[in-house]
Design a protein around this ligand. Structure first.
Ligand SMILES: O=C(O)CCC(=O)C(=O)O
Ligand SMILES: [Fe+2]
Length: 146
């Protein structure tokens, strides 16, 4: 997952007109981690949230999940919550707040949440790519006017 995350960061850099290795320096003492999420069955799913609405604050999240429905993303244009379709053998990629700031808002971090399921328990395993704790997160100077 880490290798994939670095590859994605190279593509993000290229998409912003920057050298592929532009972000490499931020990851020298990175503190990335994997979290294991478990959502037990709940018979009143409309009354509870598995995981409340949030944006991932890190750089990029590579999310593996078991296909039990629950993850939803918020559409920016109309505020509607949309269920994310499971694609077998595929990861879900979330842009985190760090990329939003580094890219000077060219990229947007997506708001998402997880609803619990009344029939099946759900497991997910996001990998959060994080930079070094000492990183100052600010728009890259190449992408600002002043
Ligand atoms: O369980 C999921 O599908 C999403 C988990 C998530 O958004 C998180 O751990 O930040
Ligand atoms: Fe998340």
């Amino acid at each position: 997952m880490e290798k994939l995350a670095f590859k994605l960061m190279e593509l993000v850099a290229l998409s912003l007109g920057l050298p592929a290795d532009r972000f490499h320096g931020f990851f020298k003492d990175q503190v990335s981690y994997v979290r294991l999420n478990y959502y037990p069955i709940c018979h009143f799913p409309h009354l509870v949230l598995g995981l409340g609405r949030h944006k991932d604050s890190g750089v990029v999240t590579i999310l593996g999940e078991d296909g039990v429905p629950g993850l939803e993303v918020k559409r920016r244009k109309n505020g509607e919550w949309v269920r994310v379709k499971h694609i077998p053998d595929a990861y879900i990629i979330n842009i985190g707040d760090n990329i939003k700031v580094w890219s000077n808002d060219e990229y947007e971090s997506v708001e998402h949440r997880v609803m619990v399921n009344s029939e099946k328990e759900r497991y997910s395993y996001p990998f959060f790519l994080l930079s070094a704790l000492s990183t100052v997160v600010e728009p890259l100077e190449e992408l600002t006017n002043e």
